[in-house]
Design a protein around this ligand. Structure first.
Ligand SMILES: [Cu+2]
Length: 309
C-alpha cells in the first residue's frame, strides 16, 4: 500500500526512519553509558587508576556491529534512491527552467507555465535547465530534490499519487531573492490535465495586458517592480522615455533615453549598459526566451504605465 504523495515517499521515509532509529539508539546508549561511567569511575570511588588491558572480543563486536548497521542504512538508502534514477518509458517530459528567481515549465506541445501541472498516477520526467547559476528543484511532499546546474544536463522524475497542490522550492542558495523562488506542483486527474494541456492560453488573465503577462511568465517581476520600489533591477514604473545614467561595457558613463531600442538591448544584452546604482551580471540575456514581437508587447505595457500616473 502506498499512501504517500508520490511513489518515492515510502522508500525515502523508510530510509529516514531506519537511519533516525539507529541514531537515536546510539544517542541514548552512548549517553547512558557515559553517565554511568562518570558515576562508577569517579575519583572519589577510585583514588588509584587501574590499568585496563585490551579485549579482543569486545573490539571485534564493536567493529562488526557498526559495520552491519552502516550496511543496513546503505541498503535502505539504496532501494529508496535507485528508482529515482530510472525513468519509466512513456513519461511525460517537461523542461524545468530555474533562473534567478523563478521557475518555468515548458511542455512538449509548446505550453508554458509557472506552476507544474501534472496528471495523477502518471510518470513525469523533468529535464532540468538553468541559464544562470546553481539552483535546486525541491518538492518536499514528493521527497525529491535535484540540482539544476548551468551547462549540465540533469533530470528527475516522479509519479504523483495524490491529488492536490504541493510546494516547489529552490534548495540551493542562488542570490538575494532565493527564498522567493517558489512555485507549486498541481496534481489533477488525467482528464483534467489533458484539458489544461490542450488549452492554448489561460483566459482568466484577460485584465492583464499581454506585455505584463510576458514579464510575469519570464519571471521579470521578481527583480523589477511595477510600483517604483527598488528590488534587484530598476523598476518598470516611469521607465519608458526616461533619461537613464548608464555605464557601458567599456566603463564609460553616459545618459541615454529609455526608448524601444534601449528596452530591447536591456533584454537581449543586459550587461552592455548598467543603470547607475545597480550591479553587473545579475541578469542574463533573454534572447532565447523572449521574441522581438513579445518585446513590442512589453514596450506597450511600459508605455501604459506612464499613462496611468
Ligand atoms: Cu534558485
Amino acid at each position: 500500500m502506498n499512501t504517500g504523495a508520490s511513489t518515492f515517499t515510502q522508500g525515502v521515509d523508510m530510509a529516514f526512519i531506519v537511519i533516525l532509529s539507529i541514531s537515536v539508539l546510539f544517542l541514548v546508549g552512548i549517553t547512558t553509558a557515559m553517565i554511568w561511567f562518570v558515576i562508577k569511575y569517579n575519583r572519589k570511588r577510585n583514588p588509584k587508576p587501574k590499568d585496563v588491558k585490551d579485549n579482543t572480543r569486545l573490539e571485534v563486536i564493536w567493529t562488526v556491529i557498526p559495520t552491519l548497521l552502516v550496511l543496513v542504512m546503505f541498503y535502505f538508502g539504496w532501494i529508496g534512491y535507485t528508482p529515482m534514477r530510472n525513468v519509466p518509458n512513456g513519461a511525460l517530459e517537461v523542461k524545468a527552467t530555474g533562473r534567478m528567481w523563478s521557475w518555468q515549465f515548458d511542455y512538449q506541445n509548446g505550453k508554458q507555465s509557472n506552476i507544474l501541472v501534472v496528471p495523477l498516477g502518471k510518470p513525469v520526467k523533468l529535464e532540468l535547465y538553468s541559464p544562470d547559476v546553481l539552483h535546486s528543484l525541491y518538492i518536499p511532499a514528493f521527497r525529491i530534490k535535484e540540482d539544476v546546474v548551468p551547462g549540465l544536463s540533469n533530470y528527475m522524475w516522479f509519479q504523483a499519487e495524490r491529488e492536490g497542490e504541493f510546494d516547489i522550492l529552490c534548495a540551493e542558495y542562488c542570490g538575494v531573492q532565493h527564498s522567493y523562488m517558489l512555485s507549486k506542483v498541481k496534481v489533477v486527474p488525467e482528464e483534467d490535465f489533458l484539458e489544461w494541456f490542450n488549452t492554448k492560453e489561460v483566459v482568466a488573465d484577460t485584465l492583464e495586458s499581454l506585455g505584463l503577462q510576458i514579464l510575469k511568465k519570464n519571471g521579470c517581476v521578481a527583480c523589477h517592480s511595477q510600483d517604483g520600489s527598488k528590488i534587484v533591477g530598476p523598476t518598470f514604473k516611469g521607465l519608458f522615455g526616461s533619461q537613464r545614467k548608464v555605464t557601458d561595457s567599456q566603463g564609460n558613463e553616459k545618459t541615454i533615453t529609455a526608448d524601444e531600442s534601449y528596452i530591447e538591448r536591456s533584454i537581449y544584452d543586459p550587461n552592455s549598459e548598467i543603470v547607475e546604482g545597480y550591479s553587473k551580471n545579475l541578469m542574463v540575456s533573454y534572447k532565447e526566451q523572449i521574441t522581438p514581437d513579445e518585446i513590442k508587447e512589453i514596450v506597450n505595457y511600459l508605455k501604459s504605465l506612464n499613462e496611468k500616473k
